[in-house]
Every structure is written in C-alpha cells, then in structure tokens.
Design a protein around this ligand. Structure first.
Ligand code: ADP
Ligand code: MG
Length: 238
C-alpha cells in the first residue's frame, strides 16, 4: 500500500459521493431540522408541521392551514430533498408524483396521462393527512387558444380540476416543484392553488459545509480536514 501523495485528497470524489449515498440511507429520516439553507422553505415547513399537529388534534381548522406551495429553482437545489424532509417532520406520508410519471403510463396518450394524474391525487386523498409532491410542473405549458394546443389545454384543465377537488378535502398538502415558474399556467399559481412560491437557490459555501457535516461521519470530516489541498478540487489535471 502506498502513502497518499502530499497535498492530494485522501478521499476521492467518488468515495465522498458513495459515503453521501450511504449516509443518506442511514439518515433515512432526514427532517427539516437536518436541512441547511432553504431558509424560507424551512420556515414555511416548520409552521406547517406545527399546524398539521394542531389540525390532527382537532385544535386548528383546516381553513387555517396554509396547505400548498410551489418550490422553484435550478436542478439540484433540494426541491425533492425538502419534500421528503417535510413529510418526515410532519409525520405524514409523502405521495410523490411527476408529469413524466403520468405520461409514462400510456405512451403519452392524453387519456392515460390524465388517469395517472388523477390517480396520484386520489392516492394522496386516501392517505390523508398526507403531502402530495408534484414534480416537473413546468412540463405543463400555459394554456393557449387554438386547435394545436388542445392536448395541453385539456391536460392543464384536468390538473386544475384536481386542485379544485382538493378544496372539499381536509388534510392534503400540495408541494409543487419546477425549474421555470414563469412557464406555468397562471391559474395553477393563483389564490387557492399554489399561490405561495418559494425559490430555492444553490447552497452557499457555508451551507455546503453544513450539508457535508450532516452527511459525513466525524472520521470522514477529520480525513477531509487533514488534507492540505482543496479536498474537492479534482479538475486540476495534476
Ligand atoms: N441536509 C441537507 N440540507 C440541505 N440541502 C441538502 C441536504 N442534503 C442534501 N441537500 C442538497 O440537496 C441536493 C439534492 O437535490 P434534490 O433534492 O435532488 O434537488 P432538486 O429536486 O431540486 O433537483 C444535493 O445536491 C444537496 O445540495
Ligand atoms: Mg428533484
């Protein structure tokens, strides 16, 4: 076995990623308290967790719960991670779905896409109190007039109908996610639907440090700190 070269990381980027995967499994119950950054989203989530507890105890009416939000931001900013942590903190099941899930059920035929979408809403209703996480909402474009947009008009109308169905249901929280909120049909984000929009940004250096400390063990952090050179700089080519 040869000693590591001076100033070289003792942990390769692949090892760190493998360790992150392992510790994510270990922390199967990542909660809002274990998240770093995402200040506005965490504040909304913590209030929701408190309100859902009160609702379940019968001391808060459903009309006083703020039951929907739209998370937006570039890929990898933690939208899915947040939804999982939120469900864990609220102690309720997470029903995760996405536009591609709906579309993959029937070769993209409108009828089967709508059936799959409706089934996801029904699953969340059956599991209530529950969180329905709808990813890739910007795959549904804005409705426009004209024959050529019939498919999309019908798909967006069907989703809006499901949101309206939730108005008569108590206990389903909807968390939507997308990269480009400006592409959404305005009716999806109007009052009574996902009118609370929260942007997630890429983490700062300090937040990345917090994320790594959460996922890595003390030994792994010590090994990283022992390195003289930048531990994650794998692109220097030397
Ligand atoms: N404990 C944590 N706190 C905050 N962010 C985290 C934590 N653990 C992982 N993440 C972030 O979540 C990202 C995973 O993003 P993901 O949820 O898949 O993003 P998106 O759904 O927005 O594409 C990781 O790259 C990491 O930056
Ligand atoms: Mg995601």
């Amino acid at each position: 076995m040869t000693a590591p070269a001076p100033n070289k990381p003792t942990l390769s980027i692949e090892t760190i990623i493998a360790e992150l995967d392992k510790s994510t499994r270990m922390h199967a119950k990542l909660t809002l308290a274990g998240l770093h950054g995402m200040v506005e989203a965490r504040a909304w989530g913590l209030k929701l967790a408190r309100d859902l507890t009160l609702f379940r105890q019968g001391s808060l009416a459903w009309k006083d719960v703020d039951p929907a939000c739209l998370l937006h931001g570039p890929p990898g900013t933690g939208k899915t991670t947040f939804a999982k942590a939120l469900a864990a903190s609220c102690g309720v099941p997470l029903v995760a779905t996405s536009y591609s899930d709906w579309q993959s059920t029937g070769e993209g035929h409108l009828g089967s896409t709508i059936t799959a979408m409706t089934a996801a809403f029904s699953e969340a209703i059956a599991a209530k109190p529950a969180i329905l996480f709808i990813d890739e909402l910007d795959s549904l474009p804005k409705r426009r007039g004209g024959d050529r947009s019939d498919y999309w008009n019908a798909a967006v109308n069907a989703v809006l109908k499901e949101f309206d169905r939730l108005k008569s249901v108590e206990g389903v929280v909807v968390v939507g996610a997308c990269n480009h909120p400006e592409m959404l049909d305005p009716a999806l984000v109007r009052s009574g639907r996902m009118d609370r929009m929260i942007r997630l940004s890429l983490p700062t250096a300090e937040e990345i440090e917090g994320i790594l400390c959460y996922h890595l063990s003390e030994d792994e952090i010590a090994a990283l700190l022992e390195n003289k050179g930048p531990p994650l700089d794998t692109n220097r080519g030397d």
